[in-house]
Design a binder for this molecule. Sequence first.
Ligand code: FES
Ligand code: FES
Length: 177
Amino acid sequence: MRITVNVDGVGYTDDVEPRTLLVHYLRERLGKTGTVVGCDTSNCGACTVHLDGHSVKSCSVFAVQADRHEVTTIEGLARDGKLHPVQRAFHENHALQCGFCTPGMIMQSLDLIADHPDPDEETVRKGLEGNLCRCTGYQNIVKAVRDAAHHMRPGAGPEAEQVTEETRSPSHAGGGE
Ligand code: FES
Ligand code: FES
């Protein structure tokens, strides 16, 4: 089947098999290897991307379901060499060790912050319960998400990078080709 999809702000038209999973299309056809596969049970969340600005586990979506939609991967978040505020918060709060879960954690966190601009610890833990980390014990991940939310909040000061459609999912907001 022929699909046309916008990924990280770039348009692609490709022939794919109906059974091709979105994660495999992203990694194998487009070379978006920042999105990873951590399980074969739709359990770990490592493959999380945004579809039209909302997080999905890309191992549980067929590529054909992304036809005429916009996908944002971890590779579409940084702008002009600057990390997205959620990426920066993970870095500054030491919220990763091996980093395998991190792309999915960050994509899920963005969705969480967009829905909960001032999330308490419980809200963060609940919002990330579909994303597994085998290394960190989650403590610093929770800190990073709350820190990112703080910096993205309206009125957080001139340095704030607030949650807008653009920071939620930059390539989705940008439209692309
Ligand atoms: S690879 Fe998608 S949930 Fe684990
Ligand atoms: S940092 Fe290693 S799995 Fe999360």
